[in-house]
Design a protein around this ligand. Structure first.
Ligand SMILES: [Zn+2]
Ligand SMILES: [Zn+2]
Length: 147
């Protein structure tokens, strides 16, 4: 299976970081996640995208692989309030973005932006909490569903 050179670079970085054996299945699942870095995929969608590339990986293997990647902190699991959990790569350039989630159509829009200074200054210090990253989930209605 072919991946773009950028995807290969990301994959190499991940392989270095990860202390797991890079099996064929893991590679394919990772490359799907890398190619869809701006999306949030369910296990079923990952399955379908693999199929599009003329490969078949069973759902059990997909779930098992995702569990390992979750465990390694390479993937994070989202609950956007709809039925299926969604997964996305947790790599440096993808960190600290927020999600606007439409309660009607389920659309997820990514936005980035730093929290205001006083969040760190006041709230975190008050709680004695060291923040390494953050993600906000903002629920509401998208442009199309608003009316
Ligand atoms: Zn909507
Ligand atoms: Zn996201």
């Amino acid at each position: 299976m072919k991946t773009s050179s950028n995807a290969n670079q990301v994959m190499n970085d991940l392989m270095e970081k990860m202390d797991i054996r890079m099996t064929y299945q893991r590679k394919i699942i990772l490359s799907i996640l890398i190619d869809n870095i701006d999306k949030h995929l369910t296990a079923n969608e990952i399955y379908s995208l693999i199929k599009v590339k003329n490969d078949v990986i069973g759902m059990a293997t997909i779930y098992r692989t995702i569990d390992i990647l979750l465990d390694k902190g390479i993937v994070i699991k989202h609950d956007f309030g709809d039925s299926a959990a969604k997964y996305e790569l947790e790599i440096e350039k993808n960190k600290n973005h927020h999600h606007l989630i439409c309660k009607k159509c389920g659309k997820v829009i990514e936005v980035s932006g730093l929290l205001k200074e006083d969040f760190y200054e006041k709230i975190l210090r008050e709680k004695g909490f060291q923040c390494t990253e953050y993600r906000l989930k903002i629920f509401g209605y998208c442009d199309k569903c608003r009316s």
